[in-house]
Design a protein around this ligand. Structure first.
Ligand code: ATP
Ligand code: MG
Length: 435
């Protein structure tokens, strides 16, 4: 569709299509609604930059598939434009913007208007956008504004500073609002591109980081607790595509921890798509460790067996690293000595993105990514099964290796990994009635 024609169903968000035309109802913006994305990690150059953008385009398409809106993803210099094919409704574009707020590698998500590349169309869109702004529709307010124009196409005959003055004067004339360049309450951004002009008033911060998949693949050991989902999020944000592995205490506990791991994986899937959760019933193995008289080493021996099982599964899945939610000193298994003893259990690197974070910081991130509520649901964590009265804080690696020789821990890990149950708790897929 021509870009200066009003889009189908285009209505300001607060005025439904069938609402009686109020005297103050702002006009629809003349142009095509679209989403403008600002990219992160601008320090990346050359081949890495290409890889970043190619991966991000694919991830954007995959994330939007579930909406069922045909889209067009276009590259511009340092930005990406996502349009609903054949001109979408404002609601379509709002849904696209919301979904892209979860895609890694995007720093800002702007709901923009794409207008013809001339000054009149730009002024018209800016005026309409200001009219739609909630601060302007409030008769008690007289908000200060600023126009921030930039040209990605330097051949455009009107310079940025001239555009600022031109559009600013039009806004002042029409709405009698004060200009404040330092602390505006409303900022109208104008970006002149090669084929069109984008006009928008605000945006929401994206997740930042790198597109998922750019840094390879890893396996997250995910309990039902608060920390490991945040660790998964942190690594996805550094471009790691992750699989999830959960150990339940079954058959000696109920299935609640599995439901939590399922719900957590489903919530985290919004950041990468196509997530897989692998579940190991671990109760019997825990009992075997106890029978080998691990005593005060019970917890650390269990954690080593989890890591060994994780490594066996990771090799099968092609995951090159393990990820845990360890934070230094948080619990007895996370002293420096014990962490060293855990590293000794496997050859694969163990990434611990939360190692230097406080519980308060971890919890606030868990709240932001919406995993906290799920993590706080009650369950019977397998680690609280068979807990010794006093846990060892300075585990000796030789003692642990001796216990593992008695158990044939290598073989146990292989068998546990071979017996995993696989689930696919996709964010965009309907939840099954029961798992
Ligand atoms: P979390 O909140 O992630 O459970 P935590 O502070 O409770 O962490 P621990 O219980 O010592 O600490 O676990 C440390 C890490 O070991 C977890 O972050 C997770 O990566 C892994 N882990 C612990 N229990 C399990 C489990 N049942 N299944 C999978 N991984 C686990
Ligand atoms: Mg835990």
């Amino acid at each position: 569709m021509p870009i200066d024609a009003p889009a189908r169903g285009q209505q300001p968000r607060h005025a439904p299509a069938d609402a009686p035309a109020a005297v103050t109802a702002p006009p629809p913006v003349a142009g095509e609604p679209c989403v403008l994305l600002k990219l992160g990690e601008v320090v990346l150059k050359g081949k890495n930059r290409e890889l970043f953008e190619r991966r991000l385009h694919n991830n954007i398409r995959a994330a939007l598939k579930g909406l069922g809106i045909p889209i067009h993803v276009g590259a511009r210099e340092g930005v990406i434009v996502v349009r609903a094919d054949r001109g979408g409704t404002v609601e379509d574009v709002d849904a696209i913007a919301r979904r892209l707020g979860d895609v890694m590698g995007i720093v800002w998500v702007h709901r923009a208007w794409r207008v013809a590349k001339d000054v009149d169309a730009t002024v018209r869109a800016a005026l309409d956008l200001v009219a739609q702004h909630p601060l302007v529709s409030d008769p008690a307010r007289r908000p200060a504004f600023a126009i921030k124009a930039r040209r990605r196409d330097k051949r455009f005959p009107v310079r940025s500073s001239e555009l600022n003055i031109l559009v600013g004067a039009a806004v002042q004339d029409r709405y009698d609002l004060p200009v404040n360049l330092k602390h505006p309450e409303i900022t109208v951004s104008i970006e002149v591109d090669q084929r069109e002009v984008f006009v928008f008033t605000d945006g929401v911060p994206g997740q930042g980081g790198l597109p998922v998949g750019m840094s390879g693949r890893g396996l997250v050991l995910m309990s039902g607790g608060i920390d490991s989902p945040v660790a998964a999020y942190r690594m996805m944000r550094r471009g790691l595509r992750v699989d999830f592995l959960h150990f339940s205490g079954m058959p000696f506990t109920g299935p609640e921890s599995i439901y939590k791991a399922y719900a957590l994986t489903r919530e985290l899937d919004k950041f990468q798509g196509g997530s897989r959760l692998y579940v190991v019933p671990f109760g019997k193995a825990q009992q075997q460790i106890r029978s080998s008289s691990a005593d005060r080493l019970q917890i650390i021996a269990q954690r080593r067996l989890m890591l060994k099982t994780g490594q066996a599964l990771a090799r099968r899945l092609g995951d090159a690293t393990l990820v845990t939610g360890d934070s230094l000193g948080q619990v007895s298994s996370q002293t420096l000595t014990n962490i060293t003893a855990l590293d000794d259990a496997v050859d694969l690197p163990i990434l611990r993105p939360l190692i230097g974070m406080d519980k308060v910081e971890i919890m606030s991130e868990a709240r932001r990514i919406r995993t906290l509520g799920i993590s706080e649901l009650p369950d019977e964590d397998c680690c609280t099964l068979l807990t010794p009265r006093r846990a060892e804080t300075r585990a000796k690696i030789d003692d642990l290796r001796q216990i593992e020789r008695r158990l044939d821990a290598g073989e146990m890990a292989e068998q546990l990994a071979a017996g995993v149950q696989e689930h696919r708790p996709g964010y965009d897929e309907p939840a099954p009635a029961a798992i």
